[in-house]
Design a protein around this ligand. Structure first.
Ligand code: FMN
Length: 206
């Protein structure tokens, strides 16, 4: 059985702060970290591919923060654990999920169903409009329906895509054995996810 880690929520200290931490031998965050932009990563994964893609996104975002020497508040949550408060409190988003039966996976859709209308005020105005986002889909041979579905939801929220959606087709035979086996994210796909994570992070930090 696949195990999912507990959600991560960390402030990535900028490189200058890291130097300070090393020389001070203290792990206290820098005072500026309180104002750090917040990046939320929401993912769902059944056989491991989208989970690894979301980890690569997180890594890319962390690297961008370090390279830009700017603090970033980074939270990565499984879709079932993400709430409307997480959405409203974040400045940018990364979403990652598999396509299942020609649709975004049920758990990912459930996250959007739970949160979608709560992100609008009484005048039907999105509370998160213009915030940047990136989307990556894990798929067998297609992935386009899941991409379209989530892009439409993000458009409804008024979010701004920083790049075209990345669809990672795993290239395995689409039979029962391959579909159900644990997946490994290939280095080129990992790189694409890191770039996407880095781009959303950099957009927030500019
Ligand atoms: C129930 C089920 C339905 C699937 N349906 C599709 C599909 O419609 N299109 C597609 O491209 N892949 C489909 N797949 C394949 C998955 O998208 C693919 O294996 C992906 O890598 C899974 O990501 P994960 O490892 O993060 O769960 C399906 C897999 C499962 C388990």
């Amino acid at each position: 059985m696949l195990r999912f880690p507990t959600p991560t929520s960390i402030v990535v200290p900028a490189r200058s702060a890291l130097k300070r931490i090393r020389s001070d031998h203290t792990l206290r965050p820098s005072s500026s970290s309180r104002q750090a932009p917040r990046l939320l990563i929401v993912y769902h994964s059944r056989t491991g591919l989208a989970k690894q893609m979301s980890e690569a996104m997180e890594n890319g975002a962390r690297l961008a923060s370090e390279e830009m020497e700017s603090d970033l508040n980074l939270t990565r949550l499984r879709a079932a654990d993400a709430s409307i408060d997480d959405v409203l409190q974040s400045d940018g988003y990364l979403f990652c999920a598999p396509e299942n039966l020609a649709s975004a996976s049920g758990e990912m859709l459930e996250f959007f169903h739970r949160t979608y209308y709560h992100a609008f005020d009484d005048n039907e105005t999105s509370l998160i409009t213009a915030r940047p986002y990136g989307l990556a889909i894990a798929a067998g041979s297609d992935g386009t329906n899941a991409a379209r579905q989530i892009e439409r939801i993000c458009k409804g929220w008024g979010l701004r895509p920083v790049e075209d959606t990345f669809i990672n087709r795993n290239g395995l035979p689409q039979d029962k054995t391959s579909i159900l086996q644990p997946k490994l994210c290939q280095p080129d796909a990992r790189k694409r996810c890191e770039q996407l994570g880095g781009l959303v992070a950099a957009t927030l930090l500019l």
